[in-house]
Design a protein around this ligand. Structure first.
Ligand SMILES: [Zn+2]
Ligand SMILES: [Zn+2]
Ligand SMILES: [Zn+2]
Ligand SMILES: [Zn+2]
Length: 296
């Protein structure tokens, strides 16, 4: 089997629709046309993945939509509207049954869209109440997508930084995450930045899609739930190009141009992988898959 051509750099000039390659040894190019072709192919797959459109299911009505159209669907989803309407009905029946009158409250619920700028194929929509704190949202994101070994994290809201841990000795203005969302005065279309782990960081963009007020009982003011998330992404094994990939190499993901696609292997090919099987992690449905040994 011919060795792979060493591509030192590869770039795509979108306006001219051409690819520029810088190859280490032009003589080996003659013998490795196939290898070169496959690397160019991988590069285009990589570009495609960068803009990859993934579908996901609405957790209220189970219909499928792409990440960008899901927000619009959720705003008009009858099952979701029914879910919030039930909050009101519980309240009015609690009021009329006499004896135990539950305290009613008016709560604002936000619909947030969470995406990874680096891996936009992963996305989440979250419904949550204004009485929750940034700390609650941080824990939720860690449980759903991120937590590997208790790294630090932070939110940036309106240019203010909110840290998971405050260093009292450090000379900075960052604030604690124990602040309720209602105190942040979130508005529709507002963006919140989020970083998990300052070493092998996973960055997230959080956007306020909408907010609505509901008259409800006190015990519904701690709501936080996934309204929709992207379906599991089907990676093919990079070696055999046949089997479904189940393992990802935590070294290749940083070193290969093809990112996840080029670092994903099936159960049988992974045993032969050059970096060693012990350097691989199971593939999970998260932008942190393959990073810092995250296993879901
Ligand atoms: Zn729906
Ligand atoms: Zn970690
Ligand atoms: Zn394979
Ligand atoms: Zn590897």
């Amino acid at each position: 089997m011919p060795g792979r051509v060493k591509i030192l750099n590869i770039s795509y000039i979108q306006e001219k629709k051409c690819v520029i390659l810088i190859i280490k040894d032009h003589l080996s190019y003659q013998n490795n046309v196939h290898s070169l072709k496959s690397q160019i192919y991988d590069f285009f797959i990589y570009l495609y993945l960068k803009k990859m459109v993934t579908n996901g299911k609405c957790s209220y009505c189970l219909s499928s939509f792409s990440g960008s159209t899901m927000g619009k669907h959720l705003l008009s989803c009858e099952s979701r509207q029914g879910f919030f309407k039930e909050f009101k009905e519980t309240t009015s029946s609690a009021k009329t049954t006499g004896n135990k009158i539950k305290k009613v409250d008016e709560v604002t619920y936000y619909l947030l869209r969470v995406t990874s700028p680096e891996y936009p194929e992963y996305w989440l929509y979250i419904d949550l109440s204004e009485d929750l704190t940034l700390f609650n949202l941080d824990s939720f994101l860690r449980d759903t997508w991120l937590e590997c070994c208790g790294h630090l994290s932070s939110f940036i809201v309106m240019e203010e930084t909110y840290d998971s841990q405050i260093d009292k000795l450090a000379d900075n203005d960052s604030k604690s995450m124990r602040i309720k969302l209602k105190e942040l005065l979130l508005q529709k279309d507002m963006n919140i930045g989020y970083t998990y782990d300052y070493g092998s960081s996973t960055l997230l963009d959080i956007k306020v899609v909408s907010s609505h007020r509901v008259i409800t009982t006190k015990n519904r003011n701690k709501l936080i739930k996934i309204s929709a998330r992207n379906d599991e992404i089907d990676y093919k094994c990079f070696d055999c190009k046949k089997e479904k990939a189940t393992e990802i190499c935590t070294i290749c993901i940083y070193e290969k141009t093809g990112g996840r696609r080029q670092s994903s292997f099936c159960k049988s090919c992974v045993t032969e992988h050059e970096c060693g099987e012990e350097m691989t992690s199971p593939i999970v449905n998260s932008p942190r898959s393959g990073i810092c040994g995250y296993t879901g």
